[in-house]
Design a protein around this ligand. Structure first.
Ligand code: HEC
Length: 162
């Protein structure tokens, strides 16, 4: 496990590589997300997505609500929330991790996904958004349906609300 200072240092090293990897997808989200409001003070270790260190961002439609955390109202249509970051491999080396994306649309990808569509930009630039992925992601996020499927990061990594 990396200390916060170590995780920040690794991120600073990999930041440009991460961005370049995502840009291969030609996705507008990959181009824009670093200009959105960032909600994690530093890369935080994720419990749920492997040995990853992540940073969360919300687009301008999503940010005013996302920053209320567990007090949020429903996220508006057009909300996009992403997590970027790096993965620590078994041999201790760090590499580019996928970009995790949730987009709120009028019609969800699944009947029970609350309007959300899930996708991932892989380090190769390949975009994954198949039905299998929708189910995989939603099976977890649906547990947070009281918070409109948002699961947030651990408290100590949150940019303070309001
Ligand atoms: C095992 C449960 C689990 C699965 C499966 C899962 N997530 Fe998450 N997700 C979480 C948790 C927990 C968080 C809160 C932050 C963290 O610990 O990573 C989160 C946070 C997020 C966020 C930040 C928005 C928020 O909820 O605050 C995005 C975006 C996201 N996940 C996308 C995805 C995508 C895309 C997939 C499928 C490829 C996926 N997740 C699969 C548990 C899961």
């Amino acid at each position: 496990m990396l200390t916060n200072a170590e995780a920040s240092a690794v991120y600073d090293c990999l930041k440009d590589d991460i961005r370049k990897a995502y840009l291969k997808s030609e996705s507008p989200i990959a181009r824009d997300f670093r200009q959105w409001k960032r909600f994690s003070v530093s890369p935080y270790p994720a419990e749920a997505h492997g040995t990853r260190y992540l940073l969360n961002y919300a687009n301008p439609v999503a940010a005013p609500n996302y920053q209320k955390y567990e007090d949020l109202d429903n996220m508006p249509i057009g909300s996009v929330v992403v997590k970027e970051g790096f993965v620590q491999q078994h041999d201790g080396r760090n590499g580019v991790g996928p970009l995790f994306i949730m987009e709120k649309k009028r019609q969800g990808a699944l009947a029970d996904s609350g309007g959300w569509h899930y996708s991932m930009i892989m380090p190769s630039g390949m975009v994954r958004m198949d039905q299998g992925l929708q189910k995989f992601c939603n099976d977890c996020h649906v547990r947070a349906d009281d918070d409109d499927f948002m699961m947030f990061m651990p408290d100590e990594f949150r940019v303070s609300a309001k």
